[in-house]
Every structure is written in structure tokens, then in C-alpha cells.
Ligand binder design. Structure first.
Ligand SMILES: C[S@@+](CC[C@H](N)C(=O)[O-])C[C@H]1O[C@@H](n2cnc3c(N)ncnc32)[C@H](O)[C@@H]1O
Length: 457
């Protein structure tokens, strides 16, 4: 194929958008040279301005939509272009699902080297007000010292003060507005240039009973009277608050929550209903942001296992609050889980006790080390659920999981690239990928959750 020199690409040009990249950019090609275009949809003809040119690709912005794709729609949020969180909101939802399936296919082709059977994406039950974990950075205005909270403008450190976000429950907007107003009245300062008290507001809110846990992340290791008074007002004056906690984070990094959390008012968790069981989710526990879509995954895996196994022995690895393990306990002979975050395991323990589940064993340790110990003691499982963080599994952990599993691995992943890498490794060991089932956990973003069914040969 003829390749074009990057110098020959003009600064402004009109292109047809062919595809969507794994990061949600429209892709156009000029003689093999790739252009990633922010805010462009496959099928669009757009006039673009090229930014920085690299050897094989350039980034670009849309100057004008000359001919819109049939899938292009008006975004329902007026802040969509500024905020940057819902990259795909200008694309019709059904088209988003098709494009996400193509992203998974392209990723598998590029990394795994083949496209296994990939089923149609199971949509999110809700496409608005689905997001149940809200993390707003907080600051204050320079002169009036007004407290502001919202999201950073895409690619900048400029905080956009957000009053309304249609992908989170509407009552969360009210909670945020209340905290901004009362923080100032209580004398709490907003974080600015490494000083000021309140850094983040984190809300975990329940789809099941609509109660919220509020976490005030402070730039200090001490709780001032001002913060105590703010926590008290949130708990007493707002409805449906399950608790208010303070998290201490003085570190100058972009990690939101520090190691230590203290409950100031009420309880340190919310309750969520999954597969007809009530779970507890704390300030620092991992839990999916979209509880209804998460429930779809747990039910899907449960249905799949009950149709294909009779009373299997299941390992739930990277278990979080052991949602898979607890949901699967009634169709399993035994469930063993492993999770490294203590708070998650403790909350799971309470649920196990309250539901009198007797065939589950919870372990609080590193998954790799746990796998090694289980292997040494001669343990094995019919099915292993692997649900690691975005970075995926290490080769060592995959080796152990493979050796521990007799029949199937069900690998649940929020990152198609690391899933494809790990599938490649498992395939080289002799595993067969039965199929991949994508779920839309994150409508209007480029993110996609997948469950891969893998047979141990
Ligand atoms: C994507 S979450 C999945 C949680 C759970 N399966 C669910 O659906 O709610 C990954 C979990 O793995 C845990 N984790 C990360 N690294 C780990 C490790 N090396 N050993 C054990 N758990 C780990 C995290 O704390 C987190 O709870």
C-alpha cells in the first residue's frame, strides 16, 4: 500500500470516518496514515483540523460536520462536549452497542490474532441515571472562595463546576449542591494549589433503596470542627443518607481515596440488591458503577453455570464483595473466594452470615499467592471466575488458575486489550475460547465489559 508522508497531510482537510477506536475516537485514513478524530462518528464526513502529527498517526478535532452519519444525534447533556466523560453521547444508543462490539472484535483481531465468537452486546437496563459511584474533585474560586465541584475539562486541569449530570441519579445533583453550599457556611475550604481542606466528594448510592454514603476526602490527617459540622448537617438535613465518612488523603497524586477512612455519621456502607441477595458496599470497596448492568452479568453467569454444570466447585478470584461467589452459592457444591481488600472481605462475611450461607469460604489475600497455596495443597475447581482489575492477570496467576481449574474459566474483564492478551496466553496453553459475551456497563463511554467463556482442554 502507498504510504503518505506526514508532512504532506494538510492542517485542515475533509475526511470520511471509517471506524471507532478503542478510546472512542473516530478513525479516518489517508493512504494508510491514521487520523484519530475527537467527537467523530463512523459514517460522518467531517472537516477537521490536525493537531500534533506523529510518524504513523495524528490527532484531530472536528471543525464542521459536512455530512452526518445516520447514527449521529443531539447529546442529551448540554455539557457533553466540555466535560469529556460521555465521549459517545452524540451517537444513537443502538449504534453505540454495535460500535462497541466492533471495538471488541478489532481488539481481539489485533492482540489475540483471531476473532472468537463475540455475541451481541447486552444493553444496559438504564442509559440515564445509571452511574452509582460519583467522584467529584472539589476546589474554590479564587476571589469569592465559592466551593465548586465537577469534572475536569477534557485533557486539562480546569475544573468545570457541574450542577447537573444526567448519567447519575438526579438526587445526587442535589446532594452535591447541598455540600457545596453548606461547606462554605461551615467554614470548610476547597482544595486549591495543594492547600485547602476538601479535595473530593465521593458518593456511593444504592439502586436498591436509593440511600447514599457520602465520603468527604480531605487534604489533612485531622478532622476539624468545620468538617464535623458539615458531616452532621449532611446526615441530618438531607434525606436517605446512610452515612457520612471522612477519607484522609494528603498525597499529591491523582489517586482519589487515601488509605484511612473514618465514619463520622451513620453507617459506613450502602446496601445493593444483586441476584435477590442484599450486599454491602463500603467507601473503599470495589463495586461496579452500574448496579443493574452488574446484576445482568451475575445472573447471566449463574444461568450459564446452572445450564452446564451440576453442583460445581467454584473459585471466585478477584472477588471484591464476593458478588459472584455469593450469587452462585445456591447452585454450587462449594465456593471459595479470594480478594486482597480487607474491607470488601469483611462486608462479604457479614452478607454470608446474614444469609446463613454455609458452602462458602472467603480468603483475604493476594490472588496469586492464594492460587499457589491451593495448588500446593492439591485443591482443584470445576470453574474459576477471574475478574481482575483493568491491568488483567499476570502470566504466573494465569498459570496457577489454569492448573487449578478442571473445566472452565469465566474471565470477566472491563478492558478488552488485557482480556485479549490474557486469552492469547491461555490459548497457547491449550485452552479453547467458547465465546465472548459483552455487556454495556458504561453507556455513552467507550468502555465495555466482557465475559469470556474458556474451556480447559
Ligand atoms: C474488577 S474488580 C472485581 C470485583 C468483583 N468480582 C465484582 O464483580 O464486584 C477486581 C477486584 O480485584 C481485587 N484485586 C486486585 N488485585 C488483586 C490481587 N492481586 N489479589 C486479590 N485481589 C485483587 C480488587 O480489590 C477488586 O476488588
Amino acid at each position: 500500500m502507498q504510504t503518505i508522508n506526514k508532512k504532506d497531510i494538510p492542517q485542515e482537510l475533509t475526511v470520511e470516518v471509517e471506524k471507532l477506536s478503542n478510546l472512542g475516537y473516530g478513525i479516518a485514513k489517508i493512504d494508510g496514515y491514521v487520523i484519530f478524530i475527537e467527537g467523530a462518528c463512523p459514517g460522518d464526513t467531517v472537516k477537521i483540523r490536525i493537531g500534533k502529527k506523529n510518524k504513523n498517526y495524528a490527532n484531530a478535532k472536528v471543525l464542521e460536520v459536512i455530512k452526518p452519519s445516520k447514527a449521529r444525534i443531539e447529546p442529551f447533556c448540554p455539557m457533553q462536549k466540555i466535560c469529556g466523560a460521555c465521549q459517545l453521547q452524540f451517537i444513537d444508543y443502538n449504534a453505540q452497542l454495535k460500535l462497541k462490539k466492533e471495538i471488541v472484535e478489532d481488539t481481539m483481531r489485533n492482540i489475540l490474532g483471531e476473532i472468537p465468537e463475540i455475541r451481541d452486546v447486552i444493553p444496559s437496563p438504564k442509559i440515564k441515571e445509571y452511574r452509582h459511584k460519583i467522584q467529584y474533585p472539589v476546589s474554590e474560586t479564587k476571589d469569592s472562595k465559592r466551593i465548586i465541584a465537577g469534572y475536569y475539562k477534557s485533557g486539562t486541569h480546569e475544573l468545570v463546576n457541574i450542577k447537573y449530570c444526567p448519567i447519575q441519579p438526579a438526587y445526587c445533583d442535589k446532594i452535591i449542591e447541598f455540600i457545596k453550599e453548606k461547606a462554605k457556611e461551615c467554614g470548610v475550604t476547597g482544595y486549591r494549589e495543594n492547600s485547602g481542606e476538601l479535595r473530593h466528594i465521593v458518593i456511593r448510592t444504592s439502586e436498591y433503596n436509593k440511600k447514599s454514603l457520602i465520603v468527604l476526602v480531605i487534604n489533612s490527617d485531622k478532622i476539624t470542627e468545620n468538617i464535623k459540622s458539615l458531616a452532621g448537617r449532611i446526615y441530618r438535613e438531607l434525606e436517605n443518607i446512610s452515612g457520612v465518612a471522612v477519607n484522609f488523603n494528603k498525597k499529591n497524586t491523582n489517586v482519589i481515596l487515601g488509605d484511612k477512612t473514618k465514619i463520622l455519621e451513620g453507617e459506613g456502607f450502602i446496601e445493593e440488591k444483586l441476584c435477590d441477595k442484599i450486599f454491602k458496599v463500603g467507601a473503599k470497596t470495589f463495586f461496579q458503577v452500574n448496579p443493574q448492568s452488574a446484576d445482568n452479568i451475575f445472573r447471566y453467569v449463574k444461568e450459564y453455570i446452572s445450564q452446564n454444570f451440576s453442583k460445581p466447585k467454584i473459585l471466585d478470584a478477584y472477588a471484591g464483595i464476593t458478588a459472584f461467589g455469593i450469587c452462585l452459592s445456591d447452585i454450587a457444591e462449594k465456593v471459595v473466594s479470594v480478594e486482597e481488600v480487607k474491607e470488601s472481605v469483611e462486608l462479604a462475611q457479614e452478607v454470608v452470615k446474614e444469609n446463613q450461607i454455609r458452602n462458602i469460604e472467603l480468603n483475604n489475600m493476594d490472588a496469586g499467592r492464594f492460587f499457589e497455596e491451593e495448588l500446593k495443597s492439591g485443591e482443584s475447581f470445576d470453574i474459576t471466575i477471574l475478574d481482575p482489575p483493568r491491568k488483567g492477570c499476570t502470566k504466573e496467576s494465569l498459570d496457577y488458575a489454569y492448573n487449578l481449574t478442571k473445566k472452565q474459566i469465566i474471565y470477566v474483564s472491563c478492558n478488552p486489550a488485557t482480556l485479549a492478551r490474557d486469552l492469547k496466553y491461555l490459548k497457547e496453553k491449550g485452552c479453547k475460547i467458547e465465546y465472548i459475551q459483552p455487556f454495556d456497563m458504561f453507556p455513552h463511554t467507550y468502555h465495555i465489559e466482557n465475559a469470556a467463556i474458556i474451556n480447559i482442554n
